[in-house]
Design a protein around this ligand. Structure first.
Ligand code: NAD
Length: 480
């Protein structure tokens, strides 16, 4: 068992209490499950200072290979505690247990991947004028800030905090106020694995207080933000006050495009799962299904059947879907559905909330909507709930136009057996990742991830993240 106090912050290797506390709720029951610390600006100051001290001390002096060894040790402990971490996440986020377990394993895999990469990011030598030797050094930024949402805390810690540590930065993590138990558990595990004090600091708290203080802190040299477009813009403005670079991983309204030659047997489970995974609270959810007119009715009939079989219930029952994360999130999703009904849109199928789901939980049945006009808000806005729209198209050009016709540009799926069309579509889609005859590629930690347009900028995951979490120094030595 992970033996931690939930109402504490990790600063300089020590667990500390804050002046104020908040409550965490289990979305499956609506009941309070833990007290958490709510860090204030002073706590954030201390966390940044602890990071700076770590960079002056053991952590800053450590070789890349040794950093990698520590990350590998953390990874082994995450793997060992995977079941406990999954239970914490299921309770905190409302995520079906097996999805939470997959997240814990993904975090272990991030640690494995980056542990191995720590001593393999090299500078270059550059041929230059006679008498010069020129080379580049990859260096950490310094203290990096990480502001993350509640939907995939473990995976986002893996691709953001772990990548920053790999390059020798000292990290200050501000988890979301709705769900921060696995972030705290990660801090506990990192301490146990021997991560030097101050290399990782964790300050749970309110976005407008702790998050804002971190984004505008002059001692923070890089900010990685994952969350909504509105807050991302605020964070970027705050960081701009001290010219700190920002990575923004924001929302999406991602299309899954099904051409008439697609293998529908293979496509069907992906099409549905991409919309309902984590109850649709996934930035890369495939929330728009674009279908060629010639196969529209046939595919729709199969989607309807799949939806009717979906079951929603408490996270630990491990059904297809758990609840939404909060009463607030449920209110937002229900609002979209109510407006869609008022506008006369057609809800063609839905799943079912099981009878023994506790009355206080934040449950919403998944719904499938047909013939949705591409310009309607149901097909434009990120709903962040289990809602998928099906839209017909006549030809490839129209599919591209509809697919690219939102403010977002995170990922896209394309289903076709035509190789030339696969290549054309991959080029024409304005997104950060294209999946051909699959969706999500199993989450691969090796694959650079990030958006275009309002989905953000910068790339995390893969080796690319290591360039993002480091800066480059050019040394030009003149020696005749
Ligand atoms: P959110 O933007 O409300 O919150 C995200 C984080 O920002 C939280 O830690 C919050 O406390 C903090 N925050 C809030 N106000 C702040 C402020 N003024 N200054 C600094 N920090 C502040 O997002 P959410 O509702 O928690 O998460 C859902 C959003 O996250 C969705 O839009 C989703 O698409 C996006 N998301 C994106 C990715 C991705 O990789 N692209 C992954 C997961 C989630």
């Amino acid at each position: 068992m992970i033996n931690m106090q939930t109402n504490q912050m990790l600063i300089g290797g020590e667990w500390k209490t804050a002046k104020t506390e908040g409550a965490l709720y289990d979305p499956s029951t609506g009941k309070e499950i833990a007290r958490i610390a709510l860090a204030d600006a002073h706590d954030v100051d201390e966390a940044v200072e602890a990071g700076q001290n770590a960079l002056q001390g053991e952590w800053g002096q450590m070789s890349a290979v040794e950093r990698g060894r520590i990350l590998a040790r953390i990874g082994h402990l995450v793997e060992k505690h995977a079941a406990d971490l999954a239970a914490l996440e299921a309770q905190d986020v409302g995520k079906p247990y097996s999805q939470a377990l997959a997240d814990a394993r993904a975090l272990a895999r991030y640690l494995e991947f980056y542990a191995g990469a720590a001593d393999k990011v090299h500078g270059q030598t550059i041929p230059y004028q006679a008498g010069y030797t020129v080379y580049t050094l990859r260096e950490p930024f310094g203290v990096t800030g990480h502001i993350i949402p509640w939907n995939y805390p473990m995976q986002i810690i893996g691709r953001s905090v772990v990548a920053a540590l790999t390059m020798g930065n000292a990290a200050v993590l501000k988890p979301a106020e709705e769900a921060c138990l696995t972030a705290l558990a990660f801090g506990f595990i990192a301490n146990e694995a021997g991560l030097p004090a101050g290399a990782l600091n964790i300050v749970p708290g309110l976005g407008e207080v702790a998050g804002d203080a971190l984004a505008r802190h002059p001692g923070v040299s890089h900010i990685s933000f994952t969350g909504s477009v509105g807050v991302g813009s605020k964070v970027q403005s705050a960081a701009a006050q001290h010219a700190a670079p920002v990575t923004l991983e924001l929302g999406g309204k991602s299309p899954q495009i099904v051409f008439e030659d697609a293998d529908l047997d293979k496509a069907l489970p992906f099409l549905v799962n991409a919309g309902i995974q984590n109850a649709g609270q996934t930035c890369s959810a495939g929330s728009r299904i674009l279908v060629h007119r010639n196969i529209y009715d046939a595919l729709l009939a199969r989607l309807v059947k799949s939806y009717q079989a979906l079951r929603v219930g408490p996270a630990m029952l491990d059904l297809n879907l758990g609840p939404l994360v909060s009463a607030k999130q449920k209110g937002i999703v229900d609002g979209y559905l109510k407006r869609a009904r008022a506008d006369g849109l057609v809800q063609i199928a839905s799943g079912e909330i099981v009878a023994d789901a506790p009355a206080g939980g934040f449950y919403t049945a998944p719904t499938l909507w047909t013939d949705v006009p591409p310009e309607h808000e149901l097909a434009q806005k990120e709903i962040f709930g289990p809602v998928q729209v099906v839209i017909p198209f006549e030809n490839e050009d129209q599919a591209v136009e509809i697919a690219n016709g939102t403010d977002f540009g995170l990922v896209a799926g394309v289903w076709t057996r035509d190789g030339a069309r696969q290549m054309r579509m991959a080029k024409k889609l304005r997104v950060g990742q294209v999946f051909i005859n699959n969706y999500g590629a199993g989450g691969g930690v090796e694959l650079p991830f990030g958006g275009m347009g309002r989905s953000g900028h910068g790339r995390e995951k893969g080796l690319e993240a290591l360039y993002g979490f480091s800066t480059l120094k050019t040394v030009a030595a003149f020696h005749e």
